[in-house]
Design a protein around this ligand. Structure first.
Ligand code: ZN
Length: 78
């Protein structure tokens, strides 16, 4: 009877250790970064209307977007 109690105790310890191990190993994967080039939004130049990636657009004094410094200067003279 005492042997059976020990056996149950050992099995419980093994079960607890294994459960803890799997919990540690099952960590959430790192968040995937969204594709920047493919998902980039296109904006149109306020002067000529051409579409350019938002990262390449130039911002005017009133918040308009331009394709080049020339168009920014032409559209919004200082
Ligand atoms: Zn332009």
């Amino acid at each position: 009877m005492k042997l059976l109690a020990w056996l149950v105790l050992v099995l419980l310890v093994i079960y607890a250790v294994r459960k803890k191990m799997t919990a540690v190993m099952r960590q959430p994967p790192p968040p995937q970064r969204p594709p920047e080039v493919e998902g980039e939004s296109m904006v149109s130049c306020a002067h000529c209307g051409i579409y350019i990636p938002a990262s390449e657009a130039l911002t005017g004094p009133q918040g308009q977007l331009y394709c080049s410094p020339e168009h920014r200067a032409l559209h919004a003279p200082t």
